[in-house]
Design a protein around this ligand. Structure first.
Ligand SMILES: *[C@@H]1O[C@H](CO)[C@@H](O)[C@H](O)[C@H]1NC(C)=O
Ligand SMILES: *[C@@H]1O[C@H](CO)[C@@H](O)[C@H](O)[C@H]1NC(C)=O
Length: 129
């Protein structure tokens, strides 16, 4: 049995690394991440507790092969607050979904966080009781 030299072993390792790196793109199906820009609510928006509003966002840049088209909207407040789920299970390609404003404290530092496969935040806006 032939013994390989150290140089030969290094060369084999390099060839193996190079060929497996090249093989990666064919293993994974390319998918595009969609980070939709929130149009509404925006800076200056005031929501009232117990009312319905449409959250709207930009779908014009949605890729053809979107990774996850099931949307979710969270309500966040600045600071260490647990986000509330405002809407879930809608198509991110609709560009709009209606939400009911939950009973939360009056404040001007709320944001909605819209998720497809990548989350995007709205501007800060106000909720009043
Ligand atoms: C949200 O949008 C839908 C469809 O355009 C509309 O019928 C509905 O009245 C809107 N809701 C609110 C609260 O504006
Ligand atoms: C979308 O996926 C299909 C099937 O996987 C593929 O044939 C097509 O080229 C993809 N389109 C884009 C824009 O990535």
């Amino acid at each position: 049995m032939k013994n390989f030299t150290f140089t030969q072993l290094v060369l084999f390792a390099l060839v193996w690394m190079f060929s497996s790196a090249n093989a990666l793109p064919t293993i994974q199906q390319p998918r595009d991440v969609f980070k939709p820009e929130v149009f509404s609510p925006h800076a200056g928006t005031v929501w009232f507790v117990g009312q319905h509003y449409n959250v709207t966002w930009d779908t014009s840049k949605a890729p053809v092969n979107i990774t996850n088209k099931i949307g979710k909207i969270l309500l966040r407040k600045a600071g260490p607050m647990t986000p509330l789920i405002l809407a879930d299970g809608f198509s991110i390609l609709l560009g709009k979904t209606e939400v009911l404003v939950p009973l939360v404290l009056d404040s001007d530092d709320y944001q909605v966080n819209l998720f497809g496969d990548s989350g995007d935040f709205s501007d800060f806006f106000t909720i009043q009781g």
